[in-house]
Design a protein. Sequence first.
Length: 407
Amino acid sequence: MPTNRRWGYTSALALTLFATGLVGAGGCVVGGAAEGDEHGAVPDHANDLAGEVMADPDPEEQAVPKRPVDADPDPEEQLAPKVPTDADPDPEEQLTPPPGAMADPDPEEQTTPPAEAMADPDPEDQNNDPSGGYSIDPSTPPPAPQGRSCGTADLTRAEALIVEAQLAETRLLEAANAAPPAVIVIPVAFHVINKGAGVGNGNVTDQMIHDQMEVLNESYAGLTGGAPTRFQFELLSIDRVTNADWYNMGAGSLQETEAKSALRVGGPETLNIYTANLLGGLLGWATFPSYYEQFPHEDGVVLLHSSLPGGSAAPYNLGDTGTHEVGHWMHLFHTFQGGCDKYNDYVLDTPAEASPDFNCTAGRDTCSAAGLDPIHNFMDYSDDECLNGFSPGQAERMLTAWQTYRR
Ligand SMILES: [Ca+2]
Ligand SMILES: [Ca+2]
Ligand SMILES: [Ca+2]
Ligand SMILES: [Zn+2]
């Protein structure tokens, strides 16, 4: 039984976008939940995703990084106190908080025009970006040593500002024009990547998929305790493929690209969900909508097969990994992104929190800014049992992002 969840991410996407002006790659990798695996007992360090990866002897992690940046030793690694010798190019390491991030008071970053960001291809810029990682307030306790974690990439401040500018433009246009539709039905294509027959080999049942669809619909309708969104999900198709190589895909791996290239259907409006046995103990990852224009074949959500409702990845088997990853696919960030930074997740009504919450810690309040930590928010890291809603601000952001990138 897995004990940890990790949400990994693919930083190279963000970097590529950084260079091109597009923005936003998100990948959530969730960890320690490999089915029937021995990895589950490995302590997970939420903000130290590399720590678990290093401790994980799984040879599958040798999967070839797909994106150039993944192979580039991230300077941030040197800033990661827990993994000083880590040579693993895992992009999740970018989630390690740059110590200087919070201290960067440069007001110019708030007004950095996209053009400037686009012109600067230096990947090291990400390391100086306040929003590029978990910006942990030094005055707050370190993150819990275990629990869910996600691999979806944080955008750099420059990237995030581009997105914010694009969303702001959409808001202006929407205000001047017709309101968006009351209901947006998203077609969902499920791609079940397995290594053979049976749930144990990743061949999830149709029932599990239907149950996941129900979880998505209830969650996004606000029926689980959060704010309602205008999104509904309708199952478009289920296809299954037996491919042991793809089955053990890693975030940003060649296997991921091969599988997606072969299986993806539809345009930016179609939610492609791939289930497989993810490497590194990850629960899933996703791409941000701003990534679609340049890399349409990468668009989608990848889920650990056993995270679907009824799967074996307890306490992450109620379907909220799917809800969380789709949140990224809609351009939501983690509620702890940026830590106590005033921007944090770029959503006003989600109180900033210094680090992920893993244990549904009632009354948790890690940032001095108003509001208790949003421990029940789908974009935090607690168990599925604890996560139960989006905020109105997140619902608005998803709608605006949809109008900007996916309609
Ligand atoms: Ca917020
Ligand atoms: Ca607070
Ligand atoms: Ca829940
Ligand atoms: Zn995530």
